[in-house]
Design a protein around this ligand. Structure first.
Ligand SMILES: Nc1ncnc2c1ncn2[C@@H]1O[C@H](COP(=O)(O)OP(=O)(O)OP(=O)(O)O)[C@@H](O)[C@H]1O
Length: 338
């Protein structure tokens, strides 16, 4: 008889809520009086009933506009904050109650804030991290050697962290977070402020850790190229609530089921063909938009070239930026595709 086992997810967030109290500002004499009598508070519900499961080996983008509640969620997942309501389980542990056990399972990188020792050379920071997690000497040397090679850090291993460039420091932070080989890696804006080459290096490293080591990754970023290159699944939140949780391809298919055919004509003209709409014309260059789920690019190309002399053409996929931009502007999922 076949036995079916349901594997427990590595991350389980169930009905997560986090409220903050913020002192109400009351101006004038009444305000001064209030400071004696007691304070009034506004309650801010930064995370409002968020639930999701993440299986081992997934690479999930946790996205949302500024102030959506991403960092607050990540802080509850890492155990830095205790939820107002709801539960978190990371590999069976409650992160805010079992901080030590949880620390062994997770690695955290905050792009805006280094976890490294500012005055120590990078090499010494690595040593301190290895000691903290009790990584045996030989195994630690092996892991560190591998990370130094993967992230090309040999040149600046002996420089104090405060002297490193942002890109070098980020590589150091990533390596430090991986030295104890966590099952789960949280990356909060890991490419912020980096140049294109440095960003690419970070992305390649994250993809490698996920593919080769099976490290589960939760990535928070405003750089949608990070998302396009790395994430199969995204969880999109706003006002502390989940708007979308699913495959990136599904989001694109649902909200941007079109492609653009950009043609350069030999003679200036408007183009009118079945199955496509002319959405722009700039000199000889005409942009035609068609539903990629209803008609195929070669059919549109054939229709155009049968009427017009075409000098050049390209098919352009919709960008995630356009879809996410609409969602953020409307502060919700669009009713219709673009
Ligand atoms: N310690 C705190 N006290 C009071 N309010 C807070 C606190 N931390 C966060 N907030 C509020 O909670 C809301 C969510 O903030 P959070 O930092 O989680 O957003 P975010 O999605 O990470 O934003 P960003 O992309 O700008 O980093 C915001 O309105 C923020 O002002």
């Amino acid at each position: 008889m076949a036995v079916t086992t349901t594997q427990r997810p590595l991350v389980r967030a169930a009905g997560l809520v986090k409220e903050f109290r913020r002192v109400k500002r009351i101006t004038g004499r009444l305000g001064a009086l209030r400071t004696f009598v007691g304070r009034d508070y506004d309650v801010i519900r930064a995370v409002d009933d968020v639930s999701f499961d993440i299986a081992g080996g997934e690479l999930v983008g946790y996205l949302g506009p500024n102030g959506a509640g991403k960092s607050t969620t990540i802080k509850m997942l890492t155990g830095i904050l205790t939820p107002t309501a709801g539960t978190v389980s990371i590999a069976g542990h409650d992160p805010s109650r079992e901080r030590k056990a949880n620390a062994l399972n997770i690695g955290v990188v905050f792009g805006q804030r280094s976890q490294l020792w500012w005055d120590l050379p990078l090499r010494e920071s690595f040593r301190a991290v290895r000691d903290l997690y009790g990584v045996p000497q030989r195994e630690g040397d092996r892991r560190q050697g591998e990370l130094v090679e993967l992230l090309d850090m040999d040149e600046f291993l002996d420089a104090p962290v405060r002297q490193l460039s942002l890109g070098q420091r980020m590589r150091g932070d990533l390596a430090a977070a991986m030295l104890h080989q966590p099952r789960l890696l949280y990356l909060d804006e890991p490419t912020v402020g980096l140049d294109v080459v440095a960003k690419q290096r970070i992305r390649e490293f994250v993809a490698h850790a996920n593919a080769e080591r099976g490290t589960t990754v939760v990535l928070t970023t405003h750089d949608l190229e990070d998302v396009e290159q790395l994430c199969r699944r995204i969880v999109l939140i706003d006002h502390g609530r989940v708007l979308y949780d699913g495959a990136l391809t599904e989001l694109m298919a649902r909200y941007a089921p079109y492609r653009d055919l950009v043609v350069t004509l030999a003679e200036p003209a408007d183009v009118d063909v079945r199955g496509a709409e002319q959405v722009a014309r700039d000199g000889l260059v005409v942009t035609l938009r068609f539903r990629s789920d209803q008609v195929r690019a070669p059919e549109i190309i054939a229709a155009v070239t049968s009427v017009h002399a075409v000098v050049d053409l390209s098919v352009v996929e919709p960008r995630l930026e356009a879809v996410i931009g609409r969602i953020y502007t409307q502060r919700g999922l669009p009713e219709n595709p673009a």
